[in-house]
Design a protein. Structure first.
Length: 226
């Protein structure tokens, strides 16, 4: 069974007088634990597909089903709880809270959920990402790669089943980018998380087990990359 799938998914935007079909009738599914890259040229609809799949935006038509439940049946409050508890997000911008330390940023989603921090689990995540000695620092004292690793730890804090990553290495130099990518891969496999990663960079996409190519809002290729 797919952990998440969409059927006939379309997302339109009004651009002046014109309607832009950013996502055009896409049907696709993702299995638990798989690592899939979504690639294609700039403006092809990759980010929009990620946003609609992850319920950050509503579709114009079509359905998204998570764990057997159609997400359009959920109200906004239920969707935000689902996103907070089951989905992790990593973006090109690290979006850390500048006034909080690395550790405080990491556990923020757990705090927002009024849950108790699973210290053992968080420690494991921190060890895996190699950020033990960065926890007391404010984001401004960290490099881009370190900030992105804190952001990945934060995305993992609530033990998500899916990690959505949008150009996660886009602001990093080659070496830090490769490190962050291999860490994403590693944590995905260790925790059995589905990793759906949007990138325009073919070298990044080639690290995935499956590559979906999008052009003009449509899937033009979907292939295993083993
Ligand atoms: P990609 O991630 O592949 O670069 P996007 O999903 O960002 O592509 O954009 C796909 C298309 O939808 C583009 O033509 C873009 O201009 C348009 N688009 C995206 N977001 C919006 C928006 N909020 N309002 C209007 N048009 C948008």
């Amino acid at each position: 069974m797919n952990i998440i799938e969409c059927k006939d998914l379309t997302k339109e935007y009004l651009s002046g007088e014109n309607i832009v079909k950013a996502v055009d009738n896409v049907t696709v599914g993702f299995e638990q634990g798989e690592f899939c890259a979504v690639t294609g040229p700039s403006g092809s609809g990759k980010s929009t597909l990620l946003h609609v799949l992850s319920s950050l935006e509503n579709p114009t038509s079509g359905t998204v089903t998570y764990n057997g439940e159609v997400m359009s049946n959920y109200n906004d409050n239920q969707l935000s709880i689902l996103r907070r508890r089951r989905f992790g997000f990593v973006f090109q911008a690290y979006n850390l809270v500048q006034e909080l330390t690395g550790y405080e940023n990491i556990v923020l989603p757990v705090m927002l959920d009024r849950k108790k921090v699973d210290e053992k689990y968080i420690k494991r995540v921190i060890d895996m990402l190699g950020i033990e000695d960065r926890l007391e620092h404010l984001p401004s004292a960290l490099s881009g790669g370190q900030q992105q690793r804190i952001a990945i730890a934060r995305a993992l804090a609530n033990k998500p089943s899916i990690l959505f990553a949008d150009e996660p290495t886009g602001n990093l130099d080659g070496k830090s980018g490769r490190e962050v990518l291999s860490l994403l891969k590693y944590v995905g496999k260790e925790f059995g998380i589905t990793l759906i990663l949007v990138t325009h960079d073919l070298h990044v996409a080639e690290q995935a087990e499956r590559i979906i190519t999008i052009e003009d809002g449509r899937i033009v290729r979907d292939s295993k990359n083993l």
